[in-house]
Design a protein around this ligand. Sequence first.
Ligand SMILES: [Zn+2]
Length: 346
Amino acid sequence: MIYPWQANDWQRLQQLRANWPHALLLHGEAGIGKLQFAQYLAKGLLCETHLPSGEPCGTCSACLWFSQGNHPDYRAVLPEALAGLAAAGADSSADASAEKADGDEGKKSRAPSKEIKIEQVRALLDFCSLGSHRGGLRVVLLYPAEALNVAAANALLKTLEEPPSGVVFLLVSARIDRLLPTIISRCRQWPMSVPPFDEARAWLASRGIDDAAGLLAQAGGAPLNALALASDENRALRDFTLAQLAAGPNCDAFACGENLQKLPVPLVLGWLQRWLYDVLAERTAGRPRYFPGAAKALARCAASADPAALSRYMKTVTRQRAVENHPLNARLVFEELFMGYRDIFA
Ligand SMILES: [Zn+2]
């Protein structure tokens, strides 16, 4: 199944069917369902009923194998940390949970690798060198493509330069800026957009989500991330953080350090960055993008912040973001960050 906002992408893609590119790069914002779309596409390419819509029939042997995760002509290559998402027909929050593992919205996982390693790509090359089991296409899904480390990307590049016949690559990426240009140039690019706000809000509401509009705004319009926020175990701490930020010069940095210390640094940095984005939007007569519900507090902060200090502080937070995956003492990092935040109102 694909999401309602992807129907148009699906139809347009099917026009390529007669001349299918050997490598397709699906890219767009995180949390819009690209992974599930790609999985459905893979299933459709392998389906042996060949429906005119290009959709998988769901009942042929190929579809059944695919659903059970053991179609012999299909390989999904994901970082170890995301291995759970490899299952075909992963549940609807697949993209959102992938974001979690990516360190944006979830728990810290230390051990499993977040990279696609060269061994994984080498195993793939073995798969490509064999013939098709079913006499049809063989399909390789790489998710997320930006997780390919340099060695793995270079190994893959060789294959993309001399594509084995009958093998179709589906690369999925939320960060096309992190891909090697040489990889991008070997793929047919397929940008996927964030759905229109009202359509996404209606979809969330149909799933029984309260405050669909507010959550959707916080998620930057990405419906699956909004869905994940709705059931986010950290929702109370997020609300606490937003209340502290709304307090501006009265933000209690030590309380922040104390209460947030168990959370992953990238998660809190993400909240902070979105808040600052909205403060800046208020200053420049824009509209808050992520926290429209906090418009009054944002306007208050925007009015009392020192513009130069705000701009310096935003750079500090961005720098912190660059080192976010390094082991740090979270409590100290948070104390320092929130003290810095208070100082922009000095
Ligand atoms: Zn089928």
